[in-house]
Design a protein around this ligand. Structure first.
Ligand SMILES: Nc1nc2c(ncn2[C@@H]2O[C@H](COP(=O)(O)OP(=O)(O)O)[C@@H](O)[C@H]2O)c(=O)[nH]1
Ligand SMILES: [Mg+2]
Length: 420
């Protein structure tokens, strides 16, 4: 049963939120929110629904290409595997510890979001290395941004490459990897001070970059063996913050569940789509499924809900393949992990389950919500299925998302328990 008071509803979706969304972010290169806004302003909801449909479809096609470059042996391939949530020995992982021989970049797509790719670039810093030629050879235009790897002292090749990337009007983040090894080595000294060691490494990189005219360079100290320590978190958050909204969305959904914070941010990204999906599901009259729920009959497009619920499972790695992988890596059994799941299993997401979820909504609460949404979204009442369907779909998705986020959190905690 879903019970929602008026204030609870306001907490979930407000007029400001709808307007804010429509106003926000001029960086949308896909469909412009103005178009949806315009459609809504003329109270022509069917046309707004069409726009939203286009918007959601385009969102699924957004590409993100991240170039990982640096000297051979600096940890590029190890990082790519970790950033994709894989071990170095997993199938489809990048080979590590091998000497690079080609000048051809290799793409490593995220399994569940193949449009998001990490590109393993050939090593830099060979004797006659020329940054300009190198960038041409790797087809620099293809990438949204670069991550430059260095695992030792800052070198001239790093500086040249960074300066050339800036010249080509691309962005880069500088990563100093293998910090674990530096700390380990420095610990032998009597005067060892961890913070001083980290500061010195950072200063060396920043000064090197500034010497070629890079302003306020961003440097991140990491270890590819464990992304939960040192500064991977800052790196990931900075990348996210600096991406245009539509690219940020796909990166968030593709990222592995490395931390509870990432889970929370994934949830926020998915939440933004709920009202659009509700509108779509309730507004598309093509293949409506009439549902009989004691006192009311509503009609929604169940396929839209099924697709989105499956997406939730994938994004939070609660699908069978991901659970198996997590079990293998954490040394727990799949049953142990499944034990903490409260939501129905991925395999059970079918029409019957969705109908059960939809009809589980409390009639009174849904009716009250329908009234509320009616005032919020012009033209909602004129839809074939109407505001009642909208409210039902809205709450169903919200309820399922909340449940799955909690499950993802518990699974992550359960998996971590054994690995430490
Ligand atoms: N200690 C330590 N070793 C690392 C780290 N990253 C990679 N390595 C090791 O460094 C070697 C080269 O790594 P690889 O990812 O193949 O480097 P690439 O040539 O830049 O792709 C491998 O033996 C890795 O296990 C790190 O952060 N810390
Ligand atoms: Mg490599």
């Amino acid at each position: 049963m879903l019970l929602h008071s008026q204030s609870e509803m306001e907490e979930i979706i407000t007029t400001e939120e709808v307007n804010e969304y429509l106003d926000a972010d001029n960086s949308f290169e896909i469909i412009s929110p103005d178009e949806i806004k315009e459609a809504l302003a003329y109270e022509d909801l069917p046309s707004a629904v069409g726009k939203i449909k286009d918007y959601l479809e385009q969102q699924d096609r957004v590409e993100l290409n991240i170039a990982v470059t640096g000297e051979s042996g600096s940890g590029k391939s190890t990082f790519i595997n970790a950033f994709r949530g894989m071990g170095d020995e997993d199938e489809d992982s990048a080979a590590t510890g091998v000497v690079e021989t080609t000048m051809k970049p290799t793409a490593y797509p995220y399994k569940k979001y193949p449009n998001v790719k990490l590109w393993d670039l050939p090593g830099i810093g060979t004797p006659n290395f020329k940054a300009e030629e190198y960038l041409k050879q790797v087809e620099f235009q293809r990438y949204d941004f670069f991550i430059i790897f260095a695992s030792d002292r800052f070198r001239e090749c790093h500086a040249h490459l960074a300066a050339e990337i800036v010249k080509m009007e691309k962005k880069f983040y500088f990563v100093r990897s293998k910090i674990d090894a530096n700390i380990y080595a420095e610990q032998r000294k009597k005067t060892f001070n961890k913070q001083n060691t980290l500061d010195a490494i950072r200063k060396n990189c920043i000064e090197g970059l500034e010497s070629v005219g890079v302003n306020s360079p961003l440097v991140f100290l990491i270890t590819c063996f464990d992304l939960t320590i040192y500064e991977f978190k800052n790196l990931e958050e900075t990348i996210e913050k600096e991406l245009p909204q539509h690219k940020r969305h796909v990166l968030m959904l593709a990222l592995p569940n490395i931390s509870l914070e990432i889970n929370e941010r994934k949830k926020k990204e998915l939440e933004k789509n709920i009202w659009k999906l509700a509108l779509l599901s309730a507004g598309v009259a093509s293949v409506p499924v009439p549902l009989l729920n004691a006192a009311l009959s509503i009609s929604v497009d169940v396929a839209i809900l099924m697709k989105e619920l499956r997406r939730y499972y994938n994004v939070f790695s609660l699908d069978p393949a991901s659970l198996q992988k997590l079990a293998d890596r954490s040394g727990k059994s799949v049953d142990d992990l499944k034990y903490v799941l409260k939501s129905p299993l991925h395999a059970e997401i079918n029409k019957d389950l969705v109908i059960k979820l939809l009809t589980g909504s409390s009639v009174a609460a849904t009716e009250a919500a329908a009234e509320y949404f009616l005032g919020l979204i012009p033209g909602l009442g004129s839809l074939a299925a109407g505001s009642l369907s909208f409210a039902t779909v809205y709450f169903t998705l919200k309820h399922c998302l909340d449940g799955l986020v909690t499950d993802a959190r518990n699974v992550l905690i359960a998996a971590l328990e054994t690995s430490v």
